[in-house]
Design a protein around this ligand. Structure first.
Ligand code: NAP
Ligand code: MG
Length: 402
């Protein structure tokens, strides 16, 4: 069989631990036998990030901007324990954070659905895609403890520091307490809104965005205005033509609407709402191993990855020569996402169709009862007793169908 040809490389960002092991196996068993794979390879494994003083992460993000499409393996974000485990020069920053900053991107997370694995919310028939604004609010806040008798103000100055305005936050007359200063910037909110509208159009998903503008009449109201104004000015016609809609509503209202919905929507969230709700949605759909993730920049660059981490516990078993049953579905879908997008951009129908077939083969394998251990307790399908496969057997079972 002649291999499928590619014209433009995909930026390949390798990673750490168990997902690094799966990465190589996925390529060897499911991709390179069929595709003459062209990638520009960056090793984002922790040892190489340390060796290059993290320059490799920056270079890979720049390559993502140059070529448009990247696929990323899960990577370790070092903490103190990792610094000693890997004997690191420094506690390097999260690679995902670095790439997100360089691309100014928004992360969209969507579950991969299979028959037999029923969400905890049985009404959800289609995926709910969640987008989280990854800048500002309490994640870039300043906080103080305030003693009894003290007062706290918001003070705004001009660029030279001369006071322009001042508001009392609270006079702590009767009790000590706490105070918090949060901010956001129009530019970041606008980029976020634009990424969400573009993604909704591309995926043909109706879209909600919610805040609490009835209570937060300046701060949250600014989010509401930016979304509504951009929608009216640039997206309303396109949405109507695509047969989808956008709705701004209150956060508590949207929570109720999402639970009652069938899914099949894009839910754009402020930073904190997205932090909390992405874990709720992911758990309700079943397993972390079945959650895909894509970083989209407002100017149309894409980085595909799995939503889970490097599955450290399984890696240590693997190193001891023990068998693991690690779910590779989200990592396979990161590859198919990147291959399909590359195919779309290059007008390469064969590559797009290959991505489609690999996804179908993966889902069909699970639906027929062959899966990794994490899915066994979740799987209920009449007449099928699920069989637990190890990490590699699962990939071969997919290859057989492919
Ligand atoms: P994790 O790697 O997502 O794993 C947490 C647990 O979830 C695993 O121990 C496993 O449970 C289960 N799990 C996750 N993915 C699975 C899969 N594909 N198949 C089967 N089970 C799966 O999270 P973590 O242990 O908190 O983090 C490990 C490392 O990953 C950390 O160094 C962190 O910095 C990094 N991380 C990276 C990213 C990223 O690059 N995007 C994201 C998150 C975390 P059982 O052990 O019960 O089987
Ligand atoms: Mg969270």
């Amino acid at each position: 069989m002649a291999k499928i040809q590619m014209t433009t490389p995909i930026v390949e960002m390798d990673g750490d631990e168990m997902t690094r092991v799966l990465w190589q196996w996925i390529k060897d068993i499911l991709i390179t036998p069929y595709v003459d794979l062209k990638t520009e390879y960056y090793d984002l494994g922790l040892p190489n990030r340390d060796k290059t003083d993290d320059q490799v992460t920056i270079d890979s993000a720049e390559a993502n901007k140059k070529y448009g499409v990247a696929v990323k393996c899960a990577t370790i974000t070092p903490n103190a324990q990792r610094v000693s485990e890997y004997n690191l020069k420094k506690m390097w920053k999260s690679p995902n954070g670095t790439i997100r900053r360089i691309l100014d991107g928004t992360v969209f997370r969507a579950p991969i659905l299979c028959k037999g694995i029923t969400p905890y919310v049985p009404g959800w028939k289609k995926p709910i895609t969640l987008a989280r604004h990854a800048y500002g609010d309490i994640y870039n806040s300043v906080e103080e403890r305030v003693a009894e008798g003290e007062q706290a103000y918001i003070v705004v100055t001009d660029k030279d520091g001369n006071e322009l305005r001042r508001q009392l936050v609270h006079s702590f007359r009767d009790s000590a307490g706490i105070v918090q200063g949060v901010h956001n910037v129009d530019k970041s909110i606008t980029s976020f809104a634009r990424s969400c509208f573009n993604y909704a159009l591309e995926q043909k998903l109706p879209m909600y965005f919610a805040a609490k503008d009835t209570i937060s009449k300046t701060y949250d109201h600014r989010f509401k205005d930016i979304f509504n104004d951009l929608y009216e000015a640039e997206y309303k016609d396109k949405f109507e033509k695509a047969g989808i809609w956008f709705m701004y509503t209150l956060i508590d209202d949207v929570v109720a609407r999402v639970v009652r919905s069938e899914g099949g929507i894009l839910w754009a969230c402020k930073n904190y709402d997205g932090d909390v709700m992405s874990d709720m949605v992911a758990t309700a759909y079943g397993s972390l191993g079945m959650m895909s993730s894509v970083l989209v920049s407002p100017d149309g660059n894409y980085e595909y990855e799995a939503a889970h981490g490097t599955v450290t516990r399984h890696y240590y078993k693997y190193l001891k020569g023990e068998e693991t049953s690690t779910n590779s579905v989200a990592t396979i879908f990161a590859w198919t996402g990147a291959l399909r997008k590359r195919g779309e951009l290059d007008g390469n129908a064969e590559l797009q169709s290959f991505a489609e077939k690999l996804e179908q083969a993966t889902i069909a394998t699970i639906e027929s009862g062959e899966m990794t251990g994490d899915l066994i307790p979740l799987f209920h399908s009449e007449g099928i007793t699920p069989v637990k496969l190890n990490s590699k057997e699962f990939l071969y079972a997919i290859a057989k169908r492919l």
